[in-house]
Design a protein around this ligand. Structure first.
Ligand code: ADP
Length: 260
């Protein structure tokens, strides 16, 4: 039987990408983009060169988090990602549109084609870690992404509002089909901290992530609180100045990929 890896497309000949991490979620709005962006920022802070490939074509939010409003440029060799203030390379459909508020109303195959182009026609120079902000769900676009890009590991982002068991099970099945390991689960918006007394408030009810993770033998890499400061900095496009230690364990697991 041919392994799915056999179908992976080579990147641009001038690209150098050491590790590719897919960031997935069951539905939109759980913080998948925030996690992709923050992990890229954290790896950059650790002295690596990171990149984000925004494969969430119909809901691209990566450029906004980094406050990038310029367009990507291309020459006869290929297209270049846009470099953020602190040095994270970003490619997103938003950097190609004439107007960044234009909606992307494309059908599945066209969307998948765009992701392929981001992989094959963009010159990603000396990237240690590329985070791929995947479209939510387990539809044909994420599938094409996994077939095109040699993903080294997947991070599943969930929130306590979700039926986390179902999402993790789907992610595990997809990862098995693609022969890609799941690095672990990041639970986002797990709780809020009362600004007056410091008490944790479980606004979305009790989390089930630990038991689900144990069932599938996956580590819980983070339980991130709802943080108004994060929301504010994300809105202002200054995510790179956000300080957090909640994603340190996730960053450790990503860093370990290079040392395998
Ligand atoms: P997704 O990629 O899953 O659709 P986003 O990363 O775009 O989700 O996050 C959805 C919204 O929630 C964004 O406005 C983001 O800034 C905000 N957000 C994400 N995580 C947090 C958090 N831990 N605390 C506060 N706001 C958050």
């Amino acid at each position: 039987r041919q392994q799915p890896q056999d179908f992976h497309e080579p990147p641009h000949e001038l690209s150098s990408i050491k590790k590719v991490i897919g960031v997935v979620s069951g539905k939109g709005g759980v913080g998948k983009s925030m996690t992709s962006a923050m992990l890229a920022v954290l790896m950059n802070r650790r002295g690596y060169h990171s990149a984000v490939l925004d494969a969430d074509i119909t809901g691209p939010s990566i450029p906004k988090l980094f406050g990038i409003h310029t367009r990507a440029v291309a020459d006869e060799l290929g297209c270049y990602p846009v470099r953020s203030r602190t040095g994270v390379d970003v490619m997103s459909v938003n950097l190609m549109l004439d107007n960044e508020t234009d909606p992307v109303v494309w059908r599945g195959p066209v969307i998948a084609g765009a992701v392929k182009q981001f992989w094959q026609e963009v010159i990603w120079k000396d990237v240690d870690f590329m985070f791929v902000d995947m479209p939510p769900g387990t539809g044909d676009v994420p599938l094409t992404v996994f077939q095109t890009l040699p993903v080294d590991g997947i991070i599943v982002v969930t929130s306590p509002q979700e039926l986390v068991g179902l999402i993790v099970e789907k992610a595990v099945k997809m990862a098995n089909m693609m022969n890609v390991p799941i690095l672990g689960i990041v639970e986002n918006m797990s709780y809020a901290v009362c600004p007056d007394c410091g008490k944790k408030l479980y606004v979305f009810g009790e989390s089930h992530v630990q038991e689900i993770a144990a069932r599938y033998h996956l580590p819980v890499l983070a339980q991130c609180p709802i943080d108004p400061e994060l929301a504010k900095q994300a809105d202002l496009g200054v995510i790179e100045s956000f300080e957090t230690d909640h994603l340190d364990k996730a960053a450790d697991v990503v860093e370990a990929l290079l040392k395998e």
